[in-house]
Design a protein around this ligand. Structure first.
Ligand code: TYD
Length: 408
């Protein structure tokens, strides 16, 4: 899918960073599949009209979200806690009807958040295109349809279950190229008093931390309050609240309602002002970002090659989708990183997309610890540091690339 024009404003996009040829972020594979591995040119573009940073080209969604989708939300205990809190905040928000509220979640994955509504006896429906994870949700008692959400699906839901009090999504909205259809669906789905509450990695954090690894095939959009306000404004909806989140290295939760249904909270005006100061509405900001990304690559390669020259052993920690961008953009392969450990069984025994570094079970890391561990799952740093006291006590060191390349 080649999109030289902004998916929101229809204006032409200005190229900002070119990450070169990239495979699927989650496309862990076996050697027999190397010959047919899929690659696409990954370039981000910006429109000053919509203020939306976005991938210019993106693989078809069917290539990324299917029955072999390698991502299960419930692999992190911190994320399970985060989603329980997200669910509690919606239940306690006052936006749900007192009698028989109805909550819909887009991209409910294995039911990590909706199970909290299920357990509270709240009428719910999950919509999850990846059939394997949707099946897991259903076995947990979370009512889930395996579909791509759009206006037509929203109208079907309304005709069967009625309008919803809340539409929820976490790390999903930024994945959907035809987001206009989703927003139209949300508009049709919600009661006049209903709210959409969703969170995604936040562009402000990406710019401030040079966390360019948040950019990969699945993240077609990198949202800010400016771009969300613009996008929903096109469909008669208003941004009424925002709440910064620590997840995924810095995310933003957005609350939207039909225009005029609720007052706009101070949090929104404050965030818009902060974004203006950071220049998230300006093309020139993304020129600076490109320079920072290039510098990060130079520093990282110098560090890894230097350590390797000293005979140090380097492994990766967490075979994240994010790491695919770093590895392929910087050209880091098994010559620099021996293996990447990961707790997700479906990734183990496979090789990383594009650069083909072996992914091994976590036990390999404890049995055969490296001198340096590149923290690819840096968004889970707190959880991992708490778990890896022995590695550090034995002299093991960490490499991170955000907010700058360093060893600690
Ligand atoms: P995630 O944070 O979802 O990143 P992305 O969206 O970029 O894929 O993925 C975290 C990965 O790290 C996941 O594959 C599980 C793995 N992981 C570990 O191996 N050990 C850990 O202690 C944690 C927290 C995660």
């Amino acid at each position: 899918m080649n999109n030289q024009v902004c998916r929101i404003s229809g204006q032409s996009l200005t190229k900002s960073v070119d990450f070169g040829r990239q495979p699927l972020g989650n496309g862990f594979l076996l050697p027999q599949d190397y010959a047919t591995e899929y690659f696409f040119p990954m370039v981000v573009g910006f429109s000053e009209t919509s203020m939306m940073l976005q991938l210019i080209e993106q693989p078809a969604p069917e290539k990324m979200f299917h029955e072999h989708y390698a991502f299960y939300s419930s692999t992190s205990s911190y994320m399970a806690k985060h989603f329980a809190e997200f669910a509690q905040s919606v239940m306690g928000s006052g936006y749900l009807a007192r009698i028989d509220p109805f909550v819909v979640e887009l991209g409910c994955n294995d039911g990590i958040m909706l199970k909290n509504f299920f357990q509270a006896g709240i009428r719910h429906l999950g919509i999850e295109p990846s059939r394997n994870v949707a099946a897991v949700a259903n076995t947990h008692g979370v009512r889930t349809l395996s579909e791509f959400f759009d206006e037509a699906v929203a109208r079907n839901v309304v005709s069967q279950d009625g309008q919803a009090d809340a539409f929820l999504a976490a790390n999903v909205m930024c994945h959907i190229p035809d987001i206009q259809s989703v927003v139209k669906g949300i508009q049709a789905l919600l009661k006049p008093t209903g709210v959409a509450v969703f969170e995604d990695p936040y562009l402000g954090d990406i710019i401030e931390k040079t966390s360019y690894d948040q950019i990969y095939d699945e993240h077609v959009f990198l949202f800010s309050a400016h771009s969300i306000k613009y996008l929903f404004g096109l469909h008669g909806m208003e941004l009424i609240d925002v709440q910064a989140q620590k997840t995924h290295g810095g995310s933003m939760r957005y609350v939207l309602a039909h225009a005029g249904a609720y007052p706009v909270k101070k949090s929104v005006t404050e965030l818009l002002a902060k974004e203006q100061a950071l220049g998230l509405h300006l093309l020139s900001t993304f020129d600076k970002f490109r320079k920072n990304v290039e510098r990060s690559r130079t520093d990282l390669l110098a560090l890894l090659r230097g350590l390797k020259a000293q005979g140090k052993r380097i492994a990766g920690y967490g075979a994240t989708s994010k790491s695919t961008t770093i590895l392929n953009y910087c050209g880091i392969g098994p010559d620099l990183i021996d293996y990447i450990c990961d707790t997700t069984p479906i990734k183990q025994g496979k090789f990383t997309p594009g650069m083909h570094i072996p992914v091994v079970p976590y036990e390999t890391f404890t049995a055969n610890p490296p001198d340096y561990a590149f923290l690819f799952a840096w968004n889970h740093a707190e959880e991992i540091m708490a778990k890896e006291k022995d590695f550090m006590a034995a002299g093991g060191k960490w490499i991170v690339h955000v907010p700058e390349v360093k060893v600690f």
